[in-house]
Design a binder for this molecule. Structure first.
Ligand SMILES: Nc1ncnc2c1ncn2[C@@H]1O[C@H](COP(=O)(O)OP(=O)(O)OP(=O)(O)O)[C@@H](O)[C@H]1O
Length: 597
């Protein structure tokens, strides 16, 4: 790939609509100088700057909401220029992840496991786990090959989902939102594996599109990001956020680690575990403490981090962070301080000596002045002064790049029923039932059975999940020990579970047991709200449900940044402290913002 000099031109050309040709469908016939639509094979994407464009086009084309007044062909999809040229796009460095390769398997153990696999059925046979690519507080993420499509995917194994109801609720929220929010700037769940037993499963396996890195790692590995990278990154984030906000969803946990990245500069927002959906008429609005402006603030902090390569406000505690914020932004006017909900923060800021804002050009001497003008808007102390994502996209900084036709809003409001669980006090079994129901969305045939009241088949055949458990356990056990991995491979094709029909009563109806099962889900959805009207799904309210033992795992979190574009670290556990600190910074930023949201 060439240098970054022509990136802006390339990107602008990419987004400028030159003809009225609309993207139609994947069977469009591309001419020789047109890129093909995304063809499902992402294996080459790491080294192909154009793949993002193909991907983008395909994804944009599949978006449900398009301007109706675009003239002929508009109903078919969003329009993008057909013969754009992004050859100037400079690839960014992403981790090699070499040190995440798991250990070779002991031949004896391998043989034993393969024997076990032999008897297994289930769709898990479809995936060949390759290596560990990340670890979070909820489990491990492995890369795998989807043998049906040849596609590389990421499989997140979430351990012991129901150990704590608040964690399980977070997972339920995340998988629900990611199913409902479909946008090229939001990571996609491709599949969720069917658990072996509806009532007893503990782990779940979520199949995502595979991304190469995350923004946290990218920022640290690339000290030569160009102004064009900055602009393009921010553009994607705001575009994703516009879509999220118009779906009345607030992410509330935006930080570089929750933004996945590819070498071709594609970013995708992930981790919706702390997100909230706002329903205007819902009683929850009473204790709704966050607004979309909190996400805008976070985006401002992330943008600043891109510009200077390190966190903008690395506060050690809330007071320290307020100090850092006011050092840069100046003390807010009395009127803004009076709107801060947190009394201590209000008092602290009121009593603070008056500070003048430091010009951002002083803090970021090399940054594009237009970028800094927008940054200033994003970092307005008072949430009411921050632009919406849509307004930010219309900022002069994006002139020539932004195009409202390619910045869709969500036009499919999220059903209130989907998030009814947020207002209930749920038991472990309730959440398990709801997660199971959510998983069935990826198993249409089973879902239909289930909705008809007969899903007894899921007890008849072991799910391929068991095999995955062993594969992941093996990877977890051995990765980081410097051994090479021979991932376990399924030897035999299996019958997809969905194809196994449920036994029916003679009259073709499902039996009582099945009816009872369906009724129990209904009861779950109708259980009474908490007397105090609080958010039972997350009893911590808007703050992070971080009290579980899982949070301890964060300190052992493995960051692929250790090998991004730099010499891979010998020991993957080398940098946990820095990571914990930054995590703390992120949380602090969030808390501080909450003070005046
Ligand atoms: N789709 C993906 N493709 C590639 N890598 C991924 C993908 N999803 C997650 N990862 C990697 O795995 C790591 C952990 O994933 P994730 O953040 O989703 O887990 P988590 O348990 O929710 O983490 P957290 O501790 O932040 O809550 C991420 O930092 C990222 O590096």
């Amino acid at each position: 790939m060439g240098g970054g000099g022509t990136l802006v031109d390339g990107i602008r050309r990419l987004f400028q609509r030159r003809t009225s040709a609309a993207i139609k469908s994947s069977d469009d016939e591309p001419s020789h100088n047109h890129f093909n639509y995304y063809n499902g094979d992402r294996s080459g994407s790491a080294n192909d700057g154009h793949s993002f464009v193909r991907d983008l086009r395909a994804q944009l084309a599949s978006l449900p909401n398009h301007d109706a007044d675009e003239g002929e062909g508009a109903e078919d999809g969003l329009r993008v220029e057909v013969d754009f040229d992004i050859s100037g796009l400079k690839l960014i460095r992403v981790p090699t992840r070499a040190h995440f390769k798991a250990a070779s398997m002991d031949p004896q153990k391998k043989g034993a496991l393969e024997t076990e696999f032999f008897t297994e059925y289930g769709e898990a046979s479809r995936y060949q786990v390759q290596e560990v690519v990340g670890k979070g507080s909820y489990g491990v993420v492995g890369s795998a090959i989807d043998t049906h499509t040849g596609e590389k995917v990421a499989i997140k194994k979430i351990n012991d989902v129901f150990e704590h109801v608040s964690d399980a609720t977070r997972i339920l929220r995340e998988i629900k939102l990611l199913r409902l929010l479909k946008h090229p700037d939001i990571v996609e769940i491709k599949h969720i594996m069917l658990p072996p037993s509806r009532r007893e499963f503990r782990d779940i396996y979520v199949v995502f599109e595979l991304m190469e890195s995350d923004l946290h790692q990218v920022i640290r590995a690339n000290d030569d990001l160009t102004p064009e990278h900055h602009q393009f990154f921010l553009y994607q984030l705001l575009r994703g956020l516009k879509y999220i906000h118009t779906a009345n969803v607030f992410h509330r946990d935006l930080k570089p680690k929750n933004i996945l990245a590819n070498a071709d500069c594609k970013l995708k927002i992930c981790d919706f575990g702390l997100a909230r959906v706002s329903f205007n008429d819902a009683p929850s609005a009473i204790f709704w403490t966050y607004t979309p402006a909190i996400d805008i603030w976070s985006i401002g902090c992330i943008f600043a981090e891109m510009l200077c390569g390190k966190p903008l406000f690395p506060g050690k505690n809330v007071v320290h962070q307020l100090d850092l914020m006011t050092d840069l932004l100046g003390t807010p006017p009395a009127e803004s301080i009076s709107r801060i909900r947190n009394e201590k923060a209000r008092r602290y800021l009121s009593s603070m000596r008056k500070k003048q804002p430091v010009p951002l050009s002083q803090k970021f001497p090399n940054a594009d002045p237009l970028a800094l003008r927008l940054l200033e808007r994003l970092l307005a102390f008072d949430p009411k002064d921050r632009p919406t994502a849509e307004e930010a996209l219309a900022d002069p900084y994006f002139r020539g790049l932004a195009n409202v036709d390619r910045e869709p809003v969500s036009n499919q409001p999220i059903s209130k029923l989907e998030f009814e669980f947020e207002r209930r006090k749920l038991s472990k079994d309730d959440v398990r039932e709801l997660i199971y129901r959510e998983i069935l969305e990826y198993h249409p045939q089973m879902l239909q059975e289930f909705l008809r009241g007969g899903d007894q088949t899921n007890f008849m055949y072991p799910s391929g999940v068991d095999r995955f458990k062993r594969q992941f356990a093996h990877l977890e056990e051995h990765y980081g020990k410097g051994e090479r991995s021979t991932p376990l491979q399924r030897q035999h094709a299996s019958l997809p579970r969905e194809r196994v029909p449920a036994p029916k009563d003679e009259d073709g109806q499902n039996n009582d047991f099945e009816r009872r099962t369906a009724a129990s889900v209904e009861t779950t959805l109708q259980s009474p709200p908490r007397a105090d009207g609080t958010d039972a799904g997350n009893s911590n309210g808007p703050s992070k449900p971080n009290q579980s033992a899982r949070s301890l795992l964060k300190s052992a979190s493995i960051s692929a940044s250790k090998c991004i574009g730099v010499k891979p670290s010998k020991d993957p556990e080398e940098e946990p402290i820095a990571e914990v600190n930054e995590e703390g910074v992120d949380e602090l930023t969030e808390k501080v913002d909450a003070l005046h949201a």
